[in-house]
Design a protein around this ligand. Sequence first.
Ligand code: NI
Length: 226
Amino acid sequence: MIIIDDLLTESEVAQFRQQLAKVPFIDGKNTAMGMAAGVKNNGQADAQDARVQQLANALLSKLGNNPKVISGALPQRIFPPCFNRYSESQTYGYHVDAAIMRIPNTPDVLRSDMSMTVFLTPKEDYEGGELVIQTEFGEQKIKCDAGSAILYPSSSLHKVTPVTKGERMAAITWIQSMVSDQHMRETLFQLDQSIQSLINTGNAEREQLDGLHHVYHNLIRQFAQV
Ligand code: NI
């Protein structure tokens, strides 16, 4: 799991929320497949609405330009983000995201390797509404600041606990990675992050960094499917 702090600035979050207040929301069950529909109880901004599509595109370009998203997910395709809203008592029980998704208005499909939630409501403005992800180390409960996001493996069981006070707005999306193997993807992320932090110390010799970059890119060359 990778936390992306400050994917959006405070004013960008405010703009998203202002725009989302003006668009129609539909029952989230409409977009859930199979068993997930039975446990899904939330609202979702109508993806047919041109303003919602604009917001999705704006968020998509933020994601595509974020170095940590690129390093952590190595995206090949990103699903147009969906905006959802949990009002008081709404919840989404344990489910697994669909493995293959059709990208709306295109002939393309996407294999979901990583799922992402971008938090849009300040966490002090609502109670409950935690994203809970089952991992090999037990349940992880996540509630990020507005503007921050979490990336996690789409293969994991996850849920959103009931909102008990206030309202929770978030954007969600799915990423097909150029590296489908989760462990290799994690290793590549660790390597890249280590190189970045070495660069930030200012102590590494140019030649040493070149050597590490060389290894990183050769691993990408070996494991990326494009
Ligand atoms: Ni899900």
